[in-house]
Design a protein around this ligand. Structure first.
Ligand SMILES: Cc1ncc(COP(=O)(O)O)c(C=O)c1O
Length: 443
């Protein structure tokens, strides 16, 4: 279990200290905390602790609060719906916000998914579980191909696909059978040691082909599940052509392409869905996080013939598509579209990347800068090029005292995923503080 820093190191006020003490007595230690900041309230891109201290939020509830904290329209939609119907259960009757949500998703979806159908549930893990259950059912095939460096959730089915850290799987050997992993195309640390994506000729796709020639009989392959940008694994952007190559491989073998857009979806990368950066249309998209506008909501949207082949009652959930969560999500989605937050995410995200690139000469600890839209990673390295795991821990620990909430992804990357409403000025303010701290830790 990761060690917790002492409250003395990280706590900034007594209200927070008391809460942390009570938390430690009542909450399972397995709920790991990157920081010891307590959240009393949030507004826009800022969080406030119990001492009234203000933090610029570069995490957004883990890529979730796309329109910022407590957006007045989201709050209003939640209160309005709470006064009408809080829960009805999708198995019992019909609910308008449920249908509105899926219609809105269809309208924004790429390609054939515009005519697709979906199911709503409560979380990303559940969305992934649903995606692979559907793929296995409709293909009547058992095997799923997934990638290392990928995170798909912690429930047993989703965990069988997750391969971003051994901690999640330790002492849990009885995961789903029929799952096979191949390396994610992490170009900065290419698993095949190629110099550059410009010259490798997408050799990473050969690893998928090789798996189908050696351990995964193609006629048994239900689907390939992939994060269009690996999230927890380090905001790793695959080379151009990779996702398109997976689409072709699936088509060639009658398998389904399942895009896990739980972290990348709903505008985070500057497109509604990250697959659109490469013009790829998956058979199934899994989503959650930003979908519920801050309330728990997950979904799959899939091609119509697939969903229609799943018989009534084969799948479902009590709370999935909860009307309050749907109203919050619909409002958040409308704001993302009406306020052009996707174009804004690209502009501000590119600006973040440029700022770190400018600093790279002065700070050789900055090994790689990557991402799309407001999903940006700055990978920190040691002098020998290895991941700077100790430095990143220190930075995440220390930056709270400087008024920033920040986490990491992968072994040693700063993870920058602020609300999409963040302004360039607010970004500059945050980046300056991060760079100041990097200077203190430069080897
Ligand atoms: C890509 C991806 N898939 C699935 C999940 C699991 O989502 P949840 O934590 O809502 O179960 C996550 C969570 O971080 C994720 O990033």
């Amino acid at each position: 279990m990761p060690a917790k820093a002492s409250s003395k190191e990280k706590v900034h006020d007594t209200g927070s200290a008391d809460l942390i003490e009570r938390d430690r007595a009542a909450v399972a230690g397995t709920i790991y905390r990157y920081t010891d900041i307590t959240f009393q309230r949030g507004e826009g891109v800022y969080l406030y602790d119990f001492g009234g201290r203000k933090y610029l939020d570069f995490v957004a509830g883990i890529a979730t609060m796309n329109v910022g904290h407590c957006h007045p329209s989201v709050v209003e939609a939640i209160s309005d719906q709470a006064g009408k119907l809080i829960h009805g259960a999708s198995h019992v009757g019909y609910m308008k916000p449920y249908v509105d949500m899926l219609e809105a998703l269809k309208a924004t979806a790429p390609g054939d998914l515009k005519n697709g159908k979906g199911i709503l549930m409560n979380s990303g893990s559940e969305a992934v579980e649903t995606g692979i259950k559907l793929a296995r059912y409709v293909t009547n095939r058992p095997m799923i191909l997934a990638f290392t460096d990928s995170f798909h959730g912690r429930t047993m089915g989703a965990l069988s696909l997750t391969a971003s850290s051994p901690i999640y799987r330790h002492r849990l050997p009885s995961l789903l059978t029929g799952v096979y992993h191949v390396p994610y195309p992490y170009c900065y640390r290419c698993p095949l040691k190629h110099e550059s994506p410009e010259t490798c000729n997408l050799a990473c796709l050969n690893l998928v082909e090789k798996a189908l020639e050696t351990v995964v009989p193609p006629q048994d392959l239900a689907g390939i599940i992939v994060e269009p940008i690996a999230g927890e694994g380090g905001y790793i952007v695959p080379p151009d052509g990779f996702l398109g190559g997976l689409r072709e491989i699936c088509d060639c073998h009658g398998a389904l392409l399942i895009a896990d857009e739980v972290q990348t979806g709903l505008g985070r990368t500057g497109k509604m869905f990250a697959v659109e950066h490469w013009d790829v249309v998956p058979d199934i998209i899994c989503m959650a996080k930003a979908l519920g506008g801050g309330l728990p909501l997950g979904a799959i949207l899939a091609k119509k013939d697939l969903v229609d082949a799943w018989p009534p009652a084969a799948h479902g959930t009590t709370f999935g598509g909860n009307p309050v969560a749907c109203r919050a999500g619909l409002t958040s989605l409308r704001i993302i579209q009406e306020e052009n937050l996707m174009d804004h995410a690209i502009k501000v995200g590119d600006h973040i990347q440029d700022s770190f690139r400018e600093a790279q000469g002065e700070l050789p600890m900055i090994g790689d800068i990557r991402g799309k839209g407001l999903m940006v990673a700055v990978e920190l390295i040691n002098a020998d090029g290895s991941p700077a795991t100790e430095i990143i821990k220190a930075i995440i620990r220390e930056i709270g005292a400087k008024g920033i909430v920040l986490t990491k992804c992968g072994a040693s990357a700063l993870r920058l995923a602020p609300p999409l409403i963040i302004t360039q000025g607010q970004v500059d303010e945050g980046v300056d503080i991060i760079l100041e701290l990097l200077r203190e830790h430069q080897w």
